[in-house]
Design a protein around this ligand. Structure first.
Ligand SMILES: [Zn+2]
Length: 185
């Protein structure tokens, strides 16, 4: 099993976690109320559960990932040369530079670490607090960030078993979310 992939934490990927700016210390938390000055903001509820949170912009590498997620499938990449599994999606294997291919993940994992966001000045997130941003270690090994829902933030624990589900965020884009798995799964 390859070592876990923490590369996505620094947010350089097009599949960087959404709403995690405060946790990562990027200063986004100081951008309080910047949305208020946007005269174009209608305040209308969105048609989807994703609401007015920022929507990922698929690129040539990640489009397949987002599209699969829209269909309820969680994709990883496996190197055709050395077998290394990786997430986030890249053009080349992070170990050997080989060509990766898409493989379907089992959509189950374990909370590796998490933070509870209590304050987010961004309009799209402020009414969702408190919410949990977690790094989930997939059963396949790679780690990815996401929100944990369907339980009280105070009940989230490191080591908790979770499963992915997906909510639509636009045409051809699904966002993986995580919720607790039943005991023993
Ligand atoms: Zn490789």
């Amino acid at each position: 099993m390859p070592v876990s992939d923490g590369g996505q934490v620094s947010g350089q990927s097009s599949v960087a976690p959404v709403g995690s700016g405060q946790a990562s210390g990027t200063g986004e938390d100081r951008a309080t109320d910047r949305g208020d000055s946007d005269p174009d903001y209608s305040g209308a509820a969105s048609a989807t559960e994703w609401g007015d949170r920022p929507v990922p912009i698929p690129d040539g590498v990640s489009a397949r990932y987002w599209e699969a997620a829209a269909g309820g499938e969680l994709l990883l990449q496996a190197c055709k040369s050395c077998g290394t599994l990786q997430f986030y999606p890249r053009l080349a294997c992070r170990e050997c530079g080989g060509a990766p291919e898409w493989v379907s993940a089992c959509r189950r994992g374990t909370v590796y670490t998490f933070t509870v966001i209590h304050q987010n000045g961004s309009r799209a997130f402020r009414e969702r607090v408190p919410y949990v941003v977690a790094m989930v270690e997939l059963d396949e090994g790679p780690r990815m960030m996401g929100n944990i829902t369907d339980c009280e933030p105070g009940d989230v624990r490191i080591g908790m078993r979770v499963e992915a589900y997906f909510i639509p965020a636009g045409e051809g884009i699904g966002i993986p979310m995580w919720r607790p798995l039943a005991a023993g799964m």
